[in-house]
Design a protein around this ligand. Structure first.
Ligand code: PMV
Length: 335
């Protein structure tokens, strides 16, 4: 038997990916940019084994058996890795050997906290280790499991280039700067609700592509400038600029979700209270010290600099005390 175990972290998008131009290959309609967390508190851990004695391919997610061969995205990742390994002649065991894969997230699954990004990045990396495939080739494969997974294979700030080729070979995740570049950049996750989201990102995106007029406007006229400006802000350690672009992009993404017909409402009243709280906090400070961003769910990711962490946490506890109905739990992280 051959066994490998790996962990992969969650990434949080500052400029969101929303909308595909190719459903199966998972090719996006815009570039996106994220920061990968560097914390054991929010990651996926996967163990993959291959053995002559396994009769079937089996997968467990958080301890529960889930479909394997019926899962087209999973099978696509497995087949691509097997083809690469066969082409390179690096296989340590016969390709026909069945797989047992066990994956676990130590944070809420499918609650809009990038669980599929960490999950597929981890799955692809672990299988690559098992099959002896090199790391550089993996982002295009992880992308076909879950789009945002291609960004979790790198640390620091990462850009997913939408690419122009029809086969997706140039739709890759590549590092912008490593985590060391901005060491006092911090992230606080506010868990508002850890249940599964009502509309998956796959169906929310599909419906947006079909029905939202705002979506094309954002992809063509807003995202290219934002990507360039946020990279500039990252390179120059310009936190207020990064924060404003991030908040504007989150707001526009959720406006598109509401412009979708029927609409997708991912944020709830507590999420909106967090938005108001962040703007009030910045107004009081006289400068932008805190930024929010929300994925396809009600939970908030806050970005801030290390020097402001204590003041922000005190203000959060004050505005969202744990015994109140609209309480939030928080997790601290650094890239
Ligand atoms: O990769 P998916 O299908 O989980 O989609 C992720 C979409 C967002 O999280 C909302 C945005 C992003 O870029 O991560």
């Amino acid at each position: 038997m051959f066994v490998e175990t790996c962990i992969a972290p969650v990434n949080i998008a500052l400029i969101k990916y929303w909308g595909k131009r190719h459903e199966e290959l998972i090719l996006p309609i815009n570039d996106s940019l994220s920061v990968t967390l560097n914390t054991d508190e929010m990651c996926a851990k996967t163990t993959a084994a291959a053995s002559a004695s396994f009769k079937d391919n089996v997968m467990w997610l958080n301890g529960e058996k889930v479909p394997f061969e019926q899962n087209a995205r999973l099978m696509r990742c497995v087949k691509e890795l097997q083809q690469l390994a066969t082409a390179k002649g690096k296989l340590k065991f016969p390709i026909e050997w069945k797989l047992h894969i066990a994956s676990r997230n130590n944070f809420p699954t499918a609650a809009g906290l990038a669980s599929s990004a960490a999950g597929y990045a981890c799955l692809v990396y672990t299988l690559a280790q098992l099959y002896g495939v090199e790391k550089e080739e993996l982002t295009t494969i992880a992308r076909q499991g879950s789009g945002s997974a291609c960004r979790s294979l790198h640390g620091g700030f990462v850009r997913w280039h939408m690419g122009t080729r029809n086969d997706g070979s140039d739709s890759i995740g590549s590092p912008v700067v490593s985590a060391e570049h901005w060491q006092d950049f911090h992230i606080i996750i506010l868990v508002v609700n850890d249940s599964r989201k009502k509309t998956s990102s796959t169906s929310g995106m599909k419906r947006a592509v079909e029905t939202s007029d705002l979506l094309t406007h954002r992809a063509q006229h807003c995202v290219p400038q934002r990507i360039a400006a946020v990279i500039d802000a990252i390179k120059n350690h310009d936190f207020p600029k990064l924060a404003e672009i991030t908040m504007r992009d989150s707001n526009q993404f959720h406006a598109i979700a509401l412009d979708t017909f029927p609409p997708c409402a991912y944020m709830n009243d507590v999420s909106h209270a967090i938005v108001d709280f962040v703007h009030a906090f910045n107004k009081e400070a006289g400068e932008i010290k805190l930024a929010y961003t929300f994925d396809a769910g009600p939970n908030a990711c806050l970005f801030l600099l290390e020097k402001d962490v204590s003041a922000a946490l005190a203000a959060i506890q004050n505005s969202f005390p744990n015994d109140a109905g609209d309480s939030v739990e928080y997790v601290k992280g650094i890239p």
